[in-house]
Design a protein around this ligand. Structure first.
Ligand SMILES: [Zn+2]
Length: 103
């Protein structure tokens, strides 16, 4: 699973996206892609997302050919929409977090 928390120099766990190929941290959404392998079309089939940094994705595409990938911003929006986390709900959560913690 490429969604991890990494403790910063002040002891706070910070959410990060890690490349599933090289283990490097993808610091900016534009520096990587998300891939969903489709295990088939059976209802309730489960798949886990794979994240690759752009360097690894380029290398893998050369050896295994092009695959379906999506930009990380599209992936995150897709996830949020599918758990009913609308922009308004996100803004409300942001305001609450600002008021109550040091995230
Ligand atoms: Zn990588």
């Amino acid at each position: 699973m490429a969604l991890i928390f990494q403790v910063d120099d002040q002891g706070h766990p910070r959410p990060k996206v890690r490349c599933d190929s090289c283990g490097g941290i993808i610091e900016n959404y534009a520096d990587g892609v998300a891939l969903l392998d489709t295990p088939g079309t059976a209802p309730e089939a489960i798949t886990e997302p794979i994240f690759h940094c752009l360097g690894c994705e380029e290398k893998i595409q050369k050896t295994s050919g092009p695959r379906a990938s999506m930009p990380i911003d599209h992936f995150m929006l897709y996830v949020l929409n599918n758990i009913q986390l609308t922009p308004k709900a996100l803004e409300t959560a942001r305001q609450k977090m600002k008021a109550t913690s040091d995230f």
